[in-house]
Design a binder for this molecule. Structure first.
Ligand code: NAI
Length: 241
């Protein structure tokens, strides 16, 4: 990863932050971006920028800056996300739907379209989209999130085929439960109870464990993996009893 140019969205917290730190620790030049202010990413190989993935102007200006500075992008990590509980008949459903799709499905689409010319200048271009176990299954009260994450797996697969002849790989990582901002409101006791019942590894993941899955798919050496949705879920999805 030494000298590779990497853009990470949603890097102020959780999985995105751990991903920025991991890539930088392996010598990558990381552009860490978030809608919120980013604090605590002090590695000299990390540049921080404000970027709301729903804002075309933010996306265009960060991509333009990377173009001017580096002339290429080697890996795009579409990680920004949020969880809004939304029962289908609830008052806030439409707002939750619009926001979920805009951030977690249209966001990656915006970044990919804007970054494509720079990815085409890389000798090992990689796109990694952070989906979820909600991208392969579903749970109640969560349908905007689940729809966005399923959509993101679809985007991943379609573009993997479309970009195949250019050697641009497109993959997704599907995390199970992780200790991050999104799950911070769930009391530890409930987290433990859920994990003991549902997850073969019996615990929530730490963000760095998801970052390693992302890192793997972004490596130049991962050149024959494309269109894959990698479960990093402690075995949750395959557990029947
Ligand atoms: P987090 O809340 O710690 O980090 C998410 C980051 O995304 C935050 O820094 C937030 O400011 C940023 N963000 C939200 N909307 C944005 C926007 N419009 N533009 C730019 N940045 C924005 O949560 P976590 O868990 O690290 O989330 C990262 C990704 O992992 C998300 O896509 C989430 O859906 C996914 N995921 C998380 C799981 C978990 O259990 N924590 C499980 C499966 C998937």
């Amino acid at each position: 990863m030494t000298g590779r140019i990497v853009l990470v969205t949603g890097a102020a917290s959780g999985i995105g932050k751990a991903t920025a730190e991991l890539f930088a620790a392996h010598g990558a030049m990381v552009v860490a971006t978030d809608r919120d202010e980013i604090v605590g990413l002090d590695d000299e190989r990390i540049t921080t920028r404000r970027l709301d993935v729903t804002d075309d102007n933010d996306v265009a200006s960060v991509i333009a800056e990377i173009g001017e500075r580096h002339g290429r992008l080697d890996a795009l990590v579409n990680n920004a996300g949020l969880a809004i509980p939304a029962p289908i008949d609830g008052d806030g459903y439409r707002a939750a739907w619009d926001m979920s799709i805009d951030v977690m499905l249209a966001g990656p689409m915006r970044l990919i379209r804007a970054a494509l010319p720079l990815l085409r200048n890389s000798d090992a271009p990689r796109i990694v989209n952070v989906s979820s176990t909600e991208g392969v299954g579903g749970s109640a009260g969560n349908s905007p999130y689940t729809a966005a994450k399923h959509g993101l797996v679809g985007l991943t697969k379609s573009l993997a085929v479309e970009f195949g002849d250019e050697g641009i790989t497109v993959n997704a990582v599907c995390p199970g439960p992780v200790r991050t901002g999104i799950t911070a409101g769930i009391p530890d006791e409930m987290k433990d109870k859920f994990a003991r019942r549902r997850v073969p590894l019996r615990r929530y993941a730490d963000p760095i464990e998801i970052a390693h899955g992302i890192f793997h798919l972004a490596m130049p050496a991962s050149s024959y993996i494309t269109g894959h949705a990698l479960l990093v879920d402690g075995g949750m999805t395959i557990k029947n009893n």
